[in-house]
Design a protein around this ligand. Structure first.
Ligand SMILES: [Zn+2]
Ligand SMILES: [Zn+2]
Length: 134
């Protein structure tokens, strides 16, 4: 918990208990959880938690560069604590979202047509290795 506290403080975010728990959840569950998933998981530990607090905290994390938000298939937003550029692979059978390293295949320059690239999303779909082996 102490390292999360220092991490938030280093980003200028005051480390409230709720923020620490949400950051910890993202760190321990690198499954690209939705607001609902995080809320449902943390509610037993923080009875005063609201969905709005979860959403606002995640928005703050995204704004401060601690997390990224991804919207796959135009459904619910998912949150990711892995902020270095990477792609996502969604399994069309089980719905799991995997992080994948796309850098060996795709090179995105820092600028294109004079625009500064800060972030990109690459979304791939198919059958994951677990589903394929069943
Ligand atoms: Zn699968
Ligand atoms: Zn990811």
């Amino acid at each position: 918990m102490e390292q999360y506290k220092e991490y938030l403080q280093s980003k200028g975010i005051s480390p409230s208990y709720q923020r620490l728990k949400i950051l910890e959840y993202l760190d321990l569950h690198r499954t690209h959880p939705t607001v609902d998933e995080i809320y449902t998981a943390l509610l037993p530990h923080i009875p005063t938690l609201s969905k709005t607090t979860v959403y606002n905290t995640l928005s703050l994390f995204v704004q401060e560069g601690l997390a990224t938000m991804l919207v796959l298939d135009n459904v619910e937003a998912r949150f990711d604590i892995t902020v270095h550029p990477h792609g996502h692979f969604t399994c069309t059978q089980c719905g799991k979202v995997y992080d994948i390293d796309v850098t060996p295949f795709v090179h995105i320059p820092n600028t294109i047509d004079g625009h500064t690239i800060q972030y990109y999303q690459i979304a791939l779909k198919g059958i994951c290795k677990d589903c394929a082996s069943h």
